[in-house]
Write a protein of this length. Structure first.
Length: 147
């Protein structure tokens, strides 16, 4: 990746709807060169997907983080990833082997998901932390130092 690729990434993180024409103006490159670079970034898995960022506060949703201790994290992850309202899962170091971010419509659903995960074979313990208010949530981008 060179500076032009990094600039493309920076612009798309700010607004994924930026057109090829706008990007070509910003970068001082032809539309076809910008398009080719974006296709390469996609094929290399650097750009995974494009999506709308929805404000969960507008839907009266509840967010919880489940701290999970498991014997076989791969096997447990394969089960957890199929649960609808589990939106993120991270492998961790320390007392817990995974952290799952769950977003659902109410506390009862969070409880059901917690119970479902607790029942997965290989899960030793699940601790549920329910959030009361979202203070910050952003789309992550690498530290893009562009000239």
């Amino acid at each position: 990746m060179d500076d032009k690729d990094m600039k493309i990434i920076a612009e798309l993180v700010k607004d994924a709807r930026t057109t090829l024409s706008e990007l070509s103006e910003i970068l001082g490159m032809s539309i076809s060169s910008v398009h080719k670079r974006i296709k390469k970034l996609e094929s290399e898995g650097i750009i995974e997907k494009y999506s709308a960022v929805i404000n969960p506060d507008k839907f009266d949703s509840v967010t919880a983080f489940l701290l999970i201790s498991a014997e076989d994290t791969k096997k447990v992850f394969d089960e957890i990833r199929q649960i609808k309202d589990v939106v993120e899962v991270y492998k961790t170091l320390g007392n817990f082997s995974m952290v799952a971010k769950v977003r659902s419509k109410n506390l009862d659903m969070i409880g059901e998901i917690t119970s479902k995960i607790s029942a997965v074979e290989g899960v030793m313990m699940v601790e549920c932390i329910v959030t009361t208010r979202r203070l910050k949530e952003e789309i992550w981008a690498p530290d893009l130092e562009v000239v």
